[in-house]
Design a protein around this ligand. Structure first.
Ligand code: MN
Length: 134
């Protein structure tokens, strides 16, 4: 872990998507933590207090929306910005994810330029200086 690099937790059950996100975020100067399920993601979020979370919606066990709810219910993780990463990106889906409390939405298939922008946007909104990622 390089000093000062913001840590982004990636909750994603598909290994190819995890690798893509890891590679793109590493190139953009972030450090990643990875979880294959919502339950593991909750554990990592509590243990490491990441600067942001990228949350797949379709997960084994609890889905991304339930995982978000549990993050928000825990004072230790309630304020961490969470970006939904999903193929469900129609207008009504966006409204549903916004209502669920996600801070952003990234469409699948993942656009490698949109990914670091989405992370930088929630970090700057939450007060983490974007320069720290450079
Ligand atoms: Mn999935």
């Amino acid at each position: 872990m390089s000093a000062g690099a913001p840590v982004v937790l990636v909750v994603e059950d598909n290994p190819r998507n995890r690798k893509l996100v890891r590679d793109v975020l590493a190139h953009a100067g972030y450090t990643t933590l990875e979880a294959e399920s919502g339950e593991d993601g909750l554990e990592l979020a509590r243990a490491h207090a990441p600067a942001a979370v990228l949350m797949d919606i379709g997960l084994p066990g609890i889905d991304g929306i339930e995982t978000l709810r549990r993050l928000r219910d825990d004072p230790a993780t309630a304020a961490i910005p969470v970006v939904a990463v999903t193929a469900f990106a129609m207008k009504e889906d966006r409204a549903r994810f916004g209502a669920a409390g996600f801070d952003g939405l990234l469409e699948k298939p993942i656009d490698v330029r949109a990914l670091p922008r989405a992370v930088a946007a929630v970090l700057s909104a939450s007060g983490t200086r974007e320069e720290e990622a450079l």
